[in-house]
Design a binder for this molecule. Structure first.
Ligand SMILES: [Zn+2]
Length: 383
């Protein structure tokens, strides 16, 4: 979810505003000023209703930020870095640059936001009581009570076990304890999708019974939970694949290599056109000296093809990432990035055993994210 309006940094974290939360604030101010407060406290001026409505809506908005910052503070305490916070419809989305690596951390981190909302609810409630005892106008008491109420709703709502809502994350953390993170995410997402469907159904019912605004709101919410849940599942699958899958299963093996004395002309006709690979390790006396690829040849003038050997045209070995078959997808990609290379050679016991391209790795990540169910049996890693 991209934020549309940047709100600067709060506690060092960039906070952004999605248009939907601006809409929520406007809706809250309007409904308080035009219907809720006039019904609770008849006889005040329209200006008074609007002043109270706008103040409460803004206070509600600050409550959302407080909820998200509570997540942030607990995350930081456990060395989970928060990249940004985006405020959305009825809550926020904190984007983490790292992820909790233990279920207990995820549990604490997820509970922090709802705890903040429930705490704020109690706080506003207490303040309403004090203001009431002090004899303030009842419009202020009711405004504070409404603020207390909406924070309590926020706390309880976010505790619904509908991943990626906080309650869904709590559910995931609890199941993660028993199995592993990917499996737990999958179950939490499935439960979340059932909730999403129920919310959409409830929204449709509301629309048909005449409540267009709240009906639409519930449908949006269900849709958000569904989309966000699936996106997060895909992210988790990719994260796990990148960190645990080894290049051994993704590399091309055995490798077609070519002697360095072959001319570029011969190479093109006898190797490239025959075997459909775009890169070949270059050998001298049985050891690899570099890799020749179509990119290398593109830089070579055509009239030099017959007089140049592939050894001369090749990228020397020091410019090529070399990894172990047990290297993870992530480690291999990092190594490719470091050398600005698009392929890596895989060596085992100083012997060339495979070649893997950046495209192979990206493709594997994308396919696994699509499948979402890949490698089910290999995920119990006792983390
Ligand atoms: Zn939250």
């Amino acid at each position: 979810m991209r934020s549309t309006i940047p709100l600067g940094k709060w506690a060092g974290v960039p906070v952004g505003l999605h248009w939907s939360v601006a809409l929520t604030v406007v809706l809250i101010a309007t409904s308080l000023a035009e219907s809720v407060l006039p019904e609770l406290d008849p006889g005040e001026t329209r200006t008074a209703y609007w002043v109270a409505g706008v103040i409460v809506a803004l206070a509600f908005f600050l409550s959302l930020i407080a909820h998200e910052l509570a997540h942030t503070v607990v995350a930081r305490r456990h060395d989970v870095e928060v990249d940004s916070i985006t405020l959305w419809l009825l809550g926020g989305v904190s984007r983490f640059s790292s992820e909790p690596d233990e279920p207990s951390v995820e549990l604490r981190l997820s509970l922090a936001g709802p705890a903040m909302s429930l705490g704020l609810g109690a706080l506003w409630w207490g303040l309403a009581a004090i203001v009431s005892v002090a004899g303030a106008p009842s419009i202020w008491v009711n405004s504070l009570l409404w603020l207390a109420f909406i924070n309590l709703v926020l706390g309880v709502f976010n505790l619904l076990p509908a991943f990626p809502l906080d309650g869904g994350r709590v559910l995931r953390a609890i199941m993660w304890r028993q199995s592993d993170r990917l499996h737990a995410t999958r179950v939490a997402v499935s439960v979340g999708r059932v909730f999403a469907l129920l919310l959409v159904g409830f929204g449709v019912l509301l629309v048909f019974s005449g409540s267009l605004v709240s009906g639409t709101w519930f449908m949006l919410l269900g849709w958000f939970i569904d989309v966000a849940g699936r996106a997060e599942l895909a992210g988790t699958v990719q994260h796990d694949l990148a960190n645990f899958e080894t290049v051994e299963s993704l590399m091309t093996a055995p490798v077609d290599s070519i002697d360095e004395s072959v001319t570029v002309d011969e190479f093109l006709h006898d190797h490239v056109l025959q075997r459909h690979h775009s890169a070949f390790p270059v050998m001298r006396d049985g050891s690899v000296t570099g890799v020749v690829s179509l990119e290398n040849l593109r830089r070579l003038p055509t009239d030099e093809w017959s007089s140049t050997t592939v050894g001369e045209a090749a990228t020397p070995l020091f410019g090529i990432p070399i990894v172990d078959p047990a290297a993870t997808v992530r480690a291999t990609m990092d190594e490719m990035d470091r050398l600005s290379a698009t392929r890596a050679l895989v060596f085992a016991d100083r012997q060339l055993v495979g070649i893997v391209t950046h495209t192979d790795l990206i493709r594997a990540l994308e396919v696994h994210a699509l499948e979402g169910t890949a490698h089910e049996g290999t995920r119990s890693r006792g983390r």
